[in-house]
Design a protein around this ligand. Structure first.
Ligand code: TXD
Length: 323
């Protein structure tokens, strides 16, 4: 059968700041498609696009890079990754960003609705669990085509700390973090493993102690704040960008990765009508399946507490939107 002309994917990055610029470089290095950087600060998206394009002869990737401050530039995007808004400074919680970033999500959602209603949308802007909901409401896309990036990052932090503790390759460590992207997140030790050997077994084998693993769980919860405290001028951006690109790649290449993401629940886990961090399969149709794993009573209690925190965040956000 004659093959039609292969057209490159189009990736729109709304927000060309620390994460946005890193997303653009990673998309280029992985040759995921043509990249449009969008930002309200004129010159920044254009400058970063040109700078990354000039790296392409060295790195050997063929793609177009452009910068824009008009939403028409994202027309027809296959994937939109949203980092627009303000980031945390030391002493600020993710929740402190609600007011400003809610307004930004409504603007971004309107741009997506008008220019690329068939896209797969990955929200990164904090507070993530609320902003992904605002963005979905504003763009009106199907719930399975709007997802939040947080769990992949939190799980990556957890995986890194476990690999360091066990002195093994990060490639062999898998881990799960459920719930909201905040202090109540639920790193699941029971579902984390090294080459399939569950972490609880590794503790019994003397590879670590429960106390050290508990400390790693807490350091994972504090992962964002630890970096904000060190950087002082902003928050993490390399690992968040890598995490979102993994989600985008799973969609663009129909890889059906099983990844922890903030996904819309319509009855799963006994929750109906809320974005929560759960394991999902991301393929060519977007979020193709929410995976319901069995939880012990203790794990369920922690998950329910995290869900409660997300619900509280949504109520505050609703109040702001109606105010
Ligand atoms: O795991 C996660 N989801 C979190 C998310 C991990 C790390 C960072 N988290 C959040 O991502 C962070 O708290 C912020 O809310 C976003 C973006 O973080 P980033 O570090 O990239 O922030 P920057 O460098 O400030 O970039 C934000 C850009 C900046 O260039 C602004 O000019 C632009 O957003 N901006 C806008 N773009 C479009 N439209 C509007 N209205 C707008 N307002 C600001």
């Amino acid at each position: 059968m004659a093959r039609g002309k292969i057209v490159r994917n189009k990736i729109a990055l709304v927000g060309a700041g620390n994460i946005g610029g890193t997303l653009a470089l990673l998309a280029g290095l992985k040759e995921l498609g043509d990249v449009v950087l969008f930002d309200v600060v004129d010159g920044v998206p254009q400058g970063k696009a040109l700078d990354i394009a000039q790296a392409s002869p060295v790195e050997g990737f063929d793609a177009s890079f452009s910068g824009a401050s008009d939403y028409s530039a994202i027309a027809g995007a296959d994937v939109v990754i949203v980092t627009a808004g303000v980031a945390r400074k030391p002493g600020m919680s993710r929740d402190d960003l609600i007011g400003i970033n809610t307004k930004v999500m409504n603007q971004v959602g309107a741009g997506i609705k008008e220019h690329c209603p068939n896209a797969f949308v990955i929200c990164i802007t904090n507070p993530l669990d609320a902003m992904v909901w605002v963005l979905r409401e504003a763009c009106g896309l199907p719930h399975n085509r709007v997802v939040g990036m947080a769990g992949v990052l939190d799980s990556a932090r957890f995986r890194y700390f476990l690999a360091e503790e066990f002195n093994v390759s990060v490639e062999d460590v898998t881990a799960f973090v459920l719930g909201g992207h905040g202090d109540t997140m639920v790193p699941l030790v029971r579902y984390s493993a090294v080459a399939g050997i569950p972490v609880p077994d590794l503790i019994r084998m003397g590879w670590s102690t429960q106390e050290k693993i508990d400390q790693i769980v807490q350091r994972t919860r504090d992962g964002g704040a630890e970096i904000v405290g060190l950087l002082k001028t902003g928050s993490a951006f390399y690992a968040p960008a890598s995490s979102a690109i993994q989600m985008a790649e799973s969609y663009l290449k129909d890889k059906r990765r099983l990844l922890p993401c903030a996904a819309w629940l319509s009855g799963q886990y006994g929750i109906d009508g809320l974005y929560v961090g759960v394991p999902v399969i991301i393929g060519g149709d977007g979020v193709e399946k929410v995976v319901e794993i069995a939880l012990t009573a203790e794990e369920k209690a922690m998950f329910d507490k995290s869900v409660g925190a997300v619900k509280g965040l949504i109520e505050v956000t609703r109040g702001l939107m109606q105010g």
